[in-house]
Design a binder for this molecule. Sequence first.
Ligand code: FAD
Length: 277
Amino acid sequence: MPRLADGTVLAALAATEDTSGSDLAAVRTRIDHTPGGLRITGRKLWVTFGELARVFLVLGVSDAGPTAVLVPRDTPGLTVHPVRGQLGLRAAMLADVVLDGVMVPAGNQLARAGSGLTHVVAAALDHGRFSVAWGCVGMAEACLELSARHAVSRRTGSGVLADRQLVRRLVTDMVAAVTSARLVCEDAARWRQTRPRPDRTMLAKYVAAGAAARVTRDAVQVLGARGCAPGHPAERFFRDAKIMQIIEGSDEVCQDHVCDAEFRRWAATATAGRGAG
Ligand SMILES: Cc1cc2nc3c(=O)[nH]c(=O)nc-3n(C[C@H](O)[C@H](O)[C@H](O)COP(=O)(O)OP(=O)(O)OC[C@H]3O[C@@H](n4cnc5c(N)ncnc54)[C@H](O)[C@@H]3O)c2cc1C
């Protein structure tokens, strides 16, 4: 299998389908156990690095339920269709992946059939959310810097933008958003090193994506027309940040999980309290 310069193989997660994005339990890609191996048929959408990946982690459904399988790119019956012109994250080289009766050895299945979503894809998404969250911190910090540098040098009337209270408020809110996003991401990192808490990763992703969306939007505001110019970093981050609120668990999906975890915690306390009384 072709490898990158450092010897690694670029892999991509092929989970989303036309009928299942947030609700991955609804995937329809069929994975059938046959005497000759696993036969896979389905269509996967918006696969990040789909154009380049040498192997796909495919989530499908077998008779036992959600099942995860590794499918090398050069397997007969697998075709890759590049997706161009997305709003943002254009460097992700998205592709749709069609699997038409693709055959792979039974050993390519990861984990037991039926636990592909809970034990394989869930872990992949947790890593993805963590890296998306930190990516959001990075783009928000970059936009804060762009805004502050511009505000202290851009003359308007008798002073510079940095003297205007309304601009100062925008920049103050950027500092607050960037700082809180970084702290929540550090908290998620600590949990990952001690006791994995997927809800904490989701909280970090939710907070950081929200921060990136606000800060990149306000950076374009502070920069004015310069920030709207094609190829300007603020313009690109503004478009990318919107995508961050959708991928790897949308804002609403993250909210649901964070809220569930909190309710579980207090429901347990309430039950214990009733028992004691
Ligand atoms: C740049 C990019 C890269 C991507 N990379 C990958 C990849 O590598 N692999 C992959 O498999 N997929 C990938 N995707 C797809 C992405 O994971 C999905 O777009 C995402 O999971 C959301 O699914 P959806 O678009 O079908 O929206 P839907 O699930 O249809 O949701 C639409 C809206 O409804 C909301 N919603 C949905 N369900 C609920 C609910 N129960 N309660 C409240 N609100 C709800 C959502 O939050 C969202 O706002 C990528 C997409 C993009 C744009």
